[in-house]
Design a protein around this ligand. Sequence first.
Ligand code: DX5
Ligand code: ZN
Length: 225
Amino acid sequence: KKENWIAPSILSADFAQLGKDVKDVIAAGADVVHFDVMDNHYVPNLTIGPLVCESLKNFMVREDVKAPIDVHLMVKPVDQLIGDFANAGADYITFHPEASAHIDRSLQLIKGAGCKAGLVFNPATSLSYLEHVLDKIDMILIMSVNPGFGGQAFIPQALEKLKAARKMIDESGCDIRLEIDGGVKVENIAEVAAAGCDTFVSGSGIFGKANASDANRYDTVIKQM
Ligand code: DX5
Ligand code: ZN
């Protein structure tokens, strides 16, 4: 198992001051920027695209904010956005296998663009999609909510799925991160970790505490994670 990473989901940040919010959470100890892309087609919500990713990346370079950008594509079709996000500074690109006509091709496009690749599993999606591609992926993302919105309740069945994915990773010997996304908070992160997760997305659990105005407001919550 890898070193634990906290990945704040900027879906719950203040988009009017996105750079500042990202800078603050990384300064507070977070490890990864989780970037949720929704298309109002694969999921019933509309968020941000490559232009925002590029602005954010440029800001991070300028301000010396060091953290990978983890782009979670909730879009269908998948392929035409891969190059755009790679050019916009994405480090990881993950997609939902049901949203791609040719999963292996999408993985190859991501790797060919120089990014790390991952598959995302909705609560009712089988891990069997991994069978023939385990050696081609860098990340498995288990959804513990149905994708589309921040602030939803954690679906407990995700814990069994994490354990199954952990077992597959360990038995394969492949170098793969195991990420969880949805409803993760200080209160439940320990049991998620115990199920084998090493990369913890949290949106409302981190940015939801953002009423205070000082830059250190994320410190306490991230330190408890
Ligand atoms: C949901 C997104 C998540 C979301 C998580 O479709 O993929 O990344 O922002 O938000 P919380 O942590 O509030 O459940
Ligand atoms: Zn996400």
